[in-house]
Write a protein that binds this ligand. Structure first.
Ligand code: FAD
Length: 481
């Protein structure tokens, strides 16, 4: 049989369910990646994310080449063009079956159903495997058969149902001596042909973030991901104690790799379980805490799958649609530029701009500052993150924003507003992180770093955090009435 693996957000050879199944089931094997830059733009996927994805793809193509498995590339505009294109390709390449790993955002699910329909007409089956999450969304239900809306019971149910070590990673496909004949390129209806090279730019994306093979300092690909996982395994025991301090490199920084699929969540869980006698709770506090974060990722993806309205720019709590958001574009711009005059917020926003990543504690701090102190719609912040994060992931980002804005399920209660100055003192006590990213404040000494006196070149605070906190609490309290 001739199999085609359709790669999407699973850009790796090892532990790739679809690829593994295709390699086992088919004598002849090729892979394809279809870029849809117009849809990606509609989904607010920014230059950092797309550059990193394409860099990972380029590396994977090389690795597959070494194993004599061709990886084709096709650039279309939108998801809606995929079903017809894949059908043409399957016909021209005489494909018997298509293998892919399931994706869960709404438009991706619709695309995948349309592809299945379109290929059914030519009798080519498509198999979508569970791979992006540890267990299939929809498989963890409450006693009454509903999806969990609250994290802690979800986590408990996850551990009791799936808490063993059944997360043994799958091997990479072997090198193929005889892999049949695959043409170097084929003509496909539309502006672009199917080729075997990954281009340096896409319509609307320059992929310019790339310097010296890295994207904003991130080394792309599966090997870099495996190295990072290995390095992190040395310090994972200290994770619980140190993960909240942005000046310390104590978290895994695997999120860009997880989201492009250069590493799987199973490989991550497997590493942690191996170091914790296969236990999800108990044992090393650091490891149990980190496994808990993988479950948070799982939770938000399952939630998005169960509540499609989350993919339609809707808050989880409908009444929060009535929050009187301020619409202050100038304030929003100052927030994006890291010029709010609140040092910890500005340092965080500049970390995002310069590295395409932000520490989790600071994601909570800047999201709270934007939505509560500046009373700006969480969707503005969500969009800015999608556009600028190298690890942008719809489910986790939407979940994080709705958590911070108190519009989500199991969100922070609206009356508990983070004070950015207290957060700064607590989690960046010496101001090391602030000084790293806000050079204007390098000369400020001692505790003044958190709330500096007038400093040349540095703005005065954009708002009074106490007054704006009160304003936000009142705005949310009124929704009840
Ligand atoms: P680690 O601390 O090492 O955790 C390991 C992995 O667990 C992460 O890589 C991630 O996959 C998962 N994880 C950890 N925390 C969370 C969480 N709160 N929710 C879901 N998964 C989690 N994460 C993204 O991957 N993409 C996003 O676009 C994203 N946007 C966010 C927006 C906001 C407002 C907030 C508050 C959080 C967001 N997060 C997002 C979650 C979290 O901040 C990042 O996953 C984490 O900072 C990534 O760094 P790390 O890999 O070192 O994490």
């Amino acid at each position: 049989a001739r199999g085609l693996v359709w790669l999407r957000s699973d850009l790796r050879l090892h532990d790739n369910t679809a690829l593994h199944r295709a390699a086992k089931g088919c004598r002849e094997l090729a892979a394809i990646f279809i870029a849809c830059p117009k849809t990606w733009r509609d989904h607010e996927e920014g230059e950092p994310l797309v550059s990193f994805r394409m860099a990972c793809l380029r590396e994977l193509q090389e690795e597959m080449g070494k194993r004599n498995i061709p990886l084709y590339f096709l650039e279309l505009g939108e998801f809606s063009q995929v079903p017809a294109a894949l059908r043409q390709i399957a016909e021209k390449l005489s494909i018997d079956a298509v293998y892919a790993n399931a994706e869960y955002p709404l438009d991706e699910q619709r695309r995948d159903r349309a592809v299945r329909e379109s290929l059914r007409e030519i009798d080519v089956p498509v198999e979508y495997a569970t791979d992006r999450t540890l267990v299939p969304p929809g498989s963890i239900r409450t006693g009454s058969g509903e999806a969990y809306k609250v994290f802690t019971p979800f986590k408990r149910a996850f551990i009791s149902q799936y808490g063993g070590d059944s997360y043994q990673p799958l091997p990479a496909p072997h090198s193929r001596k005889d892999n049949g004949d695959w043409p170097a390129w084929i003509e496909v209806q539309g502006p672009n042909n199917l080729v075997q090279t990954v281009p340096d730019s896409l319509a609307g994306y320059e992929l310019s973030a790339e310097r010296g093979g890295t994207v904003l300092g991130w080394q792309p690909g599966e090997r870099a991901a495996a190295r990072r996982l290995d390095e992190f395994s040395e310090i994972i025991d200290g994770y619980e104690d140190e993960r909240d301090f942005p000046a310390i490199d104590a978290t895994s920084r695997l999120s860009p790799y997880l989201n492009s699929g250069a590493i799987s969540v199973r490989q991550c869980a497997h590493m942690a379980l191996e170091h914790n006698n296969d236990r999800w709770s108990g044992g090393s506090d650091g490891i149990a805490c980190w496994l808990g974060e993988l479950i948070w990722r799982e939770f938000y993806t399952h939630l998005m799958d169960a509540y499609p309205r989350l993919c339609m720019h809707k808050p989880f709590k409908p009444e929060t649609e009535r929050v009187p958001w301020s619409g202050d574009e100038l304030a929003f711009r100052r927030w994006t530029l890291g010029k709010t005059g609140v040092p910890i917020v500005d340092a965080a926003m500049r970390q995002l701009e310069q590295t395409g990543w932000m520490h989790n504690r600071l994601r909570m701090v800047v999201a709270s500052f934007l939505t509560k102190n500046l009373l700006i719609d969480w969707r503005w912040g969500e969009r800015h993150f999608m556009n600028n994060l190298v690890d942008a992931d719809f489910a986790s980002n939407n979940g994080g924003w709705q958590w911070a804005a108190s519009t989500g399920t199991d969100a922070v209660p609206y009356f508990r507003v983070f004070n950015p100055y207290s957060q700064s003192k607590k989690f960046d006590p010496r101001g090391d992180f602030i000084r790293r990213f806000v050079p204007e404040l390098r000369g400020v000494r001692g505790d003044d770093i958190h709330c500096p006196p007038d400093t040349p070149d540095y703005p005065r605070p954009i708002c009074d955090v106490k007054e704006t906190r009160k304003r936000a609490i009142e705005a949310f309290a009124q929704l009840k009435g």
